[in-house]
Write a protein that binds this ligand. Structure first.
Ligand code: FAQ
Length: 311
């Protein structure tokens, strides 16, 4: 199939499946995005895992553990979806994609390079980080690659629960003591701008967007999704009695959207280059786990091989 025919096919909302013929740059674009998305899910477990032993009650601990376990599952669906694109020329097997993350070659979401310093941060991660992730992922349910699109349907169902558990943590803190409310405000102050940066660079500085939208991988632009996130989140902050840390934030009656200040793009670039507050720590934690738990993988592989021989 030539590229024009392929474009017409996906633009007519037809799904592409693993054995279908597809252009190389479509395959590469998907492997890049799906595997980076998978890395985000598994690195994203780390800031929250830091709070499991310190959750303030058994109920909170159970909900947090369930959420973190869900993120591991999301990573699994996504690595499996990426693997369906492996064709030798464009390597996408799990070991290769995972090692690209461990070596620092492949990216994961910038947001997970920020620390979770207080219990309120766990609320802010659920509310803002999962909230931003859902805004982006609802659009991805309609992407043109079948395995990725189906993985997103399952992931989105679980993300809604994550967002609510975060918002509920903050609601409890905001109705608590003065110190608890201050802790919630401090978490919002630190997570607001990094959450907005999750949507990626502005549209005019986004090198992949045009191709991705033509191939119906991305269905909406970085800026359009960021604007929608701001529009729904400002009102949620008002309900909590918290102030968004942006002096330029105001409702525009004509556009029916909130206007907001310029994002700290220098900080975004630093984080992408590996110089965020936790980049080195996150990668070292994952590398250490890979080294120290290699024997578990080897034992599982040996057991699977033995089972196959027995059949
Ligand atoms: N962080 O040309 P664009 C979650 C990179 S899941 C790091 O606009 P694109 C769940 C981008 O890769 C969160 N890098 O790129 C959870 C590209 O570099 P490359 C993750 C970023 O792909 C919650 C370059 O900048 N979600 O949170 C970021 O068209 C709680 C130029 O950018 C997904 O991955 C960033 N924020 O659009 C888990 C969703 N933004 O690859 C645990 C799927 C951009 O050319 C706890 N991904 N870059 O070297 C996407 O929708 C897209 O890839 C975007 C970026 C929108 C992230």
């Amino acid at each position: 199939m030539n590229k024009d025919k392929f474009l017409a096919y996906v633009q007519a909302e037809q799904k592409v499946e693993p054995k279908d013929v597809m252009p190389d740059d479509y395959r590469k674009l998907l492997v890049r995005q799906i595997s980076q998305h998978a890395h985000s899910e598994v690195v994203g477990m780390l800031p929250e895992a830091n709070w499991i032993t310190r959750a303030p009650s058994l109920r909170r601990k159970m909900a947090l553990m369930a959420k973190i376990q869900d993120e591991a599952g999301h990573g699994l669906y996504l690595y499996a979806a990426a693997e369906t694109l492996n064709n030798g020329e464009v390597p996408a097997d799990r070991d290769t994609t995972y090692h690209d993350m461990l070596s620092g070659k492949a990216k994961y979401s910038s947001i997970f390079n920020y620390p979770a310093l207080s219990w309120a941060d766990i609320g802010a991660i659920g509310w803002l980080v999962d909230g931003a992730a859902i805004m982006n992922q609802v659009m991805l349910m309609g992407n043109s690659y079948g395995p990725y699109s189906r993985a997103m349907v399952r992931i989105c169902k679980e993300e809604s629960f994550h967002q609510r558990q975060g918002y509920e943590i903050l609601m409890t803190l905001c109705r608590g003591t003065k110190e608890q409310k201050e802790m919630a405000q401090d978490a919002l102050n630190r997570f607001w701008w990094p959450a907005l940066m999750m949507f990626g660079p502005n549209d005019d500085a986004s090198p992949n967007s045009q191709k991705s939208m033509a191939y119906r991988v991305k269905r909406e632009s970085n800026d359009a999704l960021r604007q929608r996130f701001v529009d729904v989140t400002v009102e949620q902050a008002e309900f909590l009695g918290l102030k968004i840390p942006d002096d330029k934030l105001r409702w525009n009656e004509e556009t029916k959207h909130y206007e907001f200040g310029e994002l700290p793009w220098d900080e975004f670039m630093e984080v992408l280059q590996g110089n965020g507050p936790c980049n080195k720590k996150r990668l070292e934690t994952k590398r250490k786990a890979q080294r120290e738990h290699a024997w578990v993988k080897e034992a599982a592989m040996a057991y699977a091989a033995k089972q196959r021989l027995a059949v």
